[in-house]
Ligand binder design. Structure first.
Ligand SMILES: Nc1ncnc2c1ncn2[C@@H]1O[C@H](COP(=O)(O)OP(=O)(O)OP(=O)(O)O)[C@@H](O)[C@H]1O
Ligand SMILES: [Mg+2]
Length: 257
């Protein structure tokens, strides 16, 4: 699979030779230097960008448009600020085609699951960043999507809150059985959360390396970095990422020289 963007008579080969199979229920992270095509790849899986070459299939079906079975969660929570927390979760259900009568009850249940019971009527602007991200998680998971796409979902959180929310998200994901494709700049996070980390390189964007993370689940986010296996994989990927970033810089300097 490949993708090129054409703008102002300029062609950007965003992705080439992408051949990636993800198993049902698998948690896969995409990491790589800025501009290597992570978001573009995610948008293709979401049905928002059509590859110029090849295709994306989910469950054997070619993706041509956004599907109800696929949920997309972004870094900034993208909630409706003037609506209540509960209404934001309900909106997610509406998009997924959940009948009106069920929406409130299901949304209320999800508010409990993300530990926001009692904040149903709070407006999003009255919530902390961490609470907003919990609402976004509830909205993402409430429609029971088969596939969850996340683009740096926890990037805006402070370190402590991030750990907590990662842990909570892992628990909810484990119960959902959904497939996750997770984009992050944070290699530590990728190794801690995933079954597999896909390292991408740039110019043009491609897959540089894939590493299976053989750490048992359930995982403890505050302790996992002490695990020798976590450290081994992290260092291996860190070296590879440094190479990709250095290669990208060198090319950029050549291009501007
Ligand atoms: N709509 C677009 N039109 C033209 N070029 C685009 C478009 N979207 C992305 N690109 C280009 O495609 C390449 C990949 O962009 P993409 O946003 O997928 O990278 P990324 O890996 O998500 O980067 P970051 O880590 O900074 O979010 C970049 O060179 C970018 O400039
Ligand atoms: Mg991106």
């Amino acid at each position: 699979m490949a993708h090129s963007f054409v703008s102002d008579d300029r062609v950007v080969d965003a992705l080439v030779d992408i051949d990636l199979a993800i198993g049902a229920g698998e948690f896969v992270s995409l990491v790589g230097p800025s501009g290597c095509g992570k978001t573009t790849l995610l948008n293709m899986v979401a049905g928002l960008v059509t590859p110029t070459e090849g295709q994306v299939r989910i469950g054997g079906k070619v993706v041509t448009e956004p599907s109800r079975d696929t949920a997309y969660m972004l870094a900034r929570d993208a909630l409706f600020p003037w609506r209540s927390a509960l209404e934001n979760v309900m909106l997610g259900l509406e998009v997924r085609g959940v009948p009106r009568a069920e929406r409130r009850a299901v949304a209320q249940e999800w508010m409990q699951r993300v530990h926001l019971g009692g904040f149903e009527r709070a407006r999003v602007t009255e919530l902390s960043q961490g609470m907003r991200q919990r609402v976004a998680i509830a909205r993402t998971l409430a429609g029971s999507p088969r596939c969850i796409l996340m683009d740096e979902p926890f990037a805006a959180l402070d370190a402590q809150t991030r750990l907590l929310i990662q842990q909570e998200f892992l628990g909810l994901w484990a119960r959902s059985g959904a497939t996750v494709v997770f984009v992050t700049h944070d290699l530590q996070e990728a190794v801690a959360l995933s079954d597999r980390v896909v390292l991408m390189g740039s110019r043009p964007g491609r897959i540089a390396k894939e590493v299976d993370i053989d750490l048992p689940r359930p995982r403890n986010m505050t302790e996992i970095q002490a695990d020798p296996e976590w450290q081994r994989v992290y260092l291996e990927l860190q070296d590879a990422l440094k190479e990709e970033t250095a290669a990208m810089r060198a090319e950029r300097e050549e291009a501007t020289a």
